[in-house]
Write a protein that binds this ligand. Structure first.
Ligand code: GTP
Ligand code: MG
Length: 188
């Protein structure tokens, strides 16, 4: 049959924002009725509670397939001591998922700093790769809206790349499919 196009996706964001929880929701092993290759169109995004997730050390690599693409996702650690690993994967990446903890207003400025550093990096600056933001943890009582998150991160300043922001609750899997559908449509 037709070979699916292989794409590398970098999953970035501060520690505790929910990157691994999001990626874990896409894993076929989370789904008891899963048979063989992943079903098309992210139908495997689950509503079931994810297994216990621990802070990522370094990074993890996960592979998924959608109807048209074969994804290799680099789930990076967001801890400050590991953030210097991120840039080693910029050159090879076709898309970025940037996760924000919508309830962590104190560290929103740190998230913005890391985002600005990313967008100004020589391996990213001139690339037209799509950037998907998840304003995650929308279930928290004091979570700010995705519109507010995009204002706090000055996303309107991103002119040279397609970007989108989706509110998500990674524990329940809410908002993930919408974001991933968008990402898939914008990967070249
Ligand atoms: P690092 O690997 O350290 O960079 O963190 P991470 O971004 O991978 O975060 P992780 O997925 O480990 O999630 C951190 C904590 O947030 C865990 O306790 C998750 O259960 C919790 N969490 C993730 N997503 C959500 C969400 O949408 N809502 C709530 N309330 N908690 C969430
Ligand atoms: Mg993690």
């Amino acid at each position: 049959g037709l070979r699916k196009k292989e794409v590398n996706v970098l999953c970035l964001g501060l520690d505790n924002s929910g990157k691994t929880t999001i990626i874990n929701q896409l894993k076929p092993s989370n789904h008891s009725n899963h048979l063989g290759p992943l079903s098309p169109d992210w139908k495997h995004v689950s509503q079931t509670p994810a297994q216990e997730i621990v802070p990522t050390i370094g990074f993890n690599i996960e592979k998924f397939k959608s109807s048209s693409l074969s994804f290799t996702v680099f789930d990076m650690s967001g801890q400050s001591r590991y953030r210097n690993l991120w840039e080693h994967y910029y050159k090879e990446s076709h898309a970025i998922i940037f996760v924000i903890d919508s309830g962590d207003k104190l560290r929103m400025v740190v998230a913005k700093e890391e985002l600005d550093t990313l967008l100004n990096h020589e391996d990213i600056r001139s690339k037209k790769l799509p950037v998907l933001f998840f304003a995650n943890k929308m279930d928290l009582r004091d979570a700010v809206s995705s519109v507010k998150v995009s204002q706090m991160l000055s996303l309107e300043n991103i002119k040279d790349k397609p970007w989108n922001i989706c509110a998500s609750n990674a524990i329940k899997g809410e908002g993930l499919q919408e974001g991933l559908d968008w990402l898939q449509d914008h990967i070249k």
